[in-house]
Write a protein that binds this ligand. Structure first.
Ligand code: BGC
Length: 425
């Protein structure tokens, strides 16, 4: 059977900018439309979840999941500095109510990579002002919907900007790119969260997290709050220089965030692969490894390694807020089973893991890569916005319903012409 503990949460995740569509007041939208742009294509209507959330939630519930992780879009809630959109707050309130009605506990992320343009113009995540304005927005949202949420994540992958810079994963910004960003956004690309890992980033971000958590706590004292951290299985090539480089890497991209998470209700773990540090300090796939469509090593075991690392380093419960595979089914099914086998074993060894969210519920806008890579367990035909359930969604639903790993494939869900689920079969 390989059962999971009672109350273990089974869900799937998305982020506002990647699924809602039309997020025009955000910095990302502006950068997508800069000419030239480092984004392969603009997000446009995305998968129009802003309007289609009812059917999408019903589908996830019909599959058998019991939670949905989504994000609340700061650029919609506060489209101009200090100007709060009641309509946007009400939208998220309806989405949260619709989740509960369908039997899905809502887990909300308050910042998932995108920031309002007005803040980006002031330097975004490189600005010393970010902590205070972000916390103010979090307080407003928590006042409105905090008591209705099952859990909340302040900042998604808080360490990603530090990781991107350290791993030399920043896009190559030419003068033309910089001029275009300035024209489209009124700021350098570093204002955008993913590129903001400049001097002092960890302190700024941790300050923002702490102030945000306190603001959420003040409005909704019962709500479980944490940050999410991008944590890969990290190994070094068999070489002293490589081991030293990995030690320095850990100190820069994990340790400060693990330390800060010790004061939280949980730590969100987000794992995609294993990374090897080589003797020249670079990181990448071990030689000969199987590749996913994103170019990562296919390594389902990485998830358990990351959970063990985070659980031991922070001492707080682990929530797997993202784990996913880009590419085609049925390999995604193998990936899910493989990842969960490791998670089950880690729980048996005493690591306190409370839930698992597959990334992503739907194929969606994969940031700079546009709509190319597909992480979803539900496909979307963007011309018609029709959803199509992949075998991996049926599998995860069956695992969720059984709260155990050893299940058959699971039943798919049929959809009506308008997109509403009409039953399993
Ligand atoms: C992010 C997601 C992203 C996923 C796949 C994570 O870093 O939180 O927004 O789509 O990885 O690349």
């Amino acid at each position: 059977m390989r059962a999971f503990p009672e109350g273990f949460v089974w869900g799937a995740a998305t982020a506002a900018h990647q699924v809602e569509g039309g997020n025009t007041a955000s910095d990302c939208w502006a950068l997508e439309h800069a000419v030239p742009s480092v984004f392969a294509e603009p997000s446009g209507d995305a998968i129009d979840q802003y309007h289609r959330y009812g059917d999408d939630l019903a589908l996830l519930a019909a599959l058998g999941l019991d939670s949905y992780r989504f994000s609340i879009e700061w650029a919609r809630v506060e489209p101009e500095e200090g100007v709060i959109s009641q309509a946007a707050l009400d939208h998220y309130k309806r989405l949260i109510e619709a989740s509960w009605t369908r039997g899905l506990q809502p887990c909300a992320t308050f910042h998932h990579f995108t920031t309002p343009r007005w803040m980006a113009k002031q330097g975004g995540w490189t600005s010393p002002k970010i902590a205070d304005v972000f916390a103010r927005y979090c307080g407003v949202v928590a006042e409105h919907v905090g008591d209705d949420l099952a859990s909340a994540c302040t900042i998604n992958e808080i360490n990603i900007p530090a990781l991107v810079r350290l791993s030399r994963m920043l896009p190559d910004f030419s003068t033309a790119h910089r001029d275009a960003a300035l024209a489209a956004l009124g700021a350098q690309p570093e204002a955008f969260f993913m590129f903001a890992g400049t001097q002092g980033y960890a302190e700024r971000a941790i300050d923002a997290h702490r102030k945000a958590r306190d603001a959420i706590d003040a409005a909704a004292p019962e709500l479980a709050v944490g940050m999410t951290i991008s944590i890969q299985e990290e190994v070094a090539e068999d070489d002293d220089n490589a081991r030293a480089a990995l030690k320095a890497r850990r100190a820069a991209i994990y340790d400060p965030f693990y330390e800060a998470a010790q004061d939280d209700d949980f730590v969100g773990v987000q794992t995609y692969t294993r990374l090897m540090t080589f003797r020249d300090g670079r990181t990448g796939r071990p030689k000969g490894a199987e590749k996913t469509a994103m170019g990562y090593e296919y390594r389902p075991q990485a998830l358990a390694a990351a959970c063990r690392d985070a659980g031991e380093a922070t001492g707080v419960p682990v929530l797997i807020t993202e784990s996913g595979y880009s590419g085609a089914d049925p390999r995604r099914c193998d990936f899910i089973r493989g990842a969960l086998e490791g998670v089950h074993a880690a729980i048996a060894d005493g690591i306190d893991i409370r839930g698992y969210y597959y990334w992503s519920a739907f194929d969606n806008f994969e940031w700079m890569s546009g709509y190319g890579p597909k992480f979803g367990m539900i496909a979307v035909d963007r011309a018609t916005q029709k959803r199509l359930v992949k075998p991996s969604a049926a599998l995860l639903g069956a695992i969720a319903k059984a709260n155990a790993l050893d299940v058959e494939e699971g039943e798919t869900v049929a959809l009506s012409e308008t997109g509403a689920p009409v039953g399993t079969g």
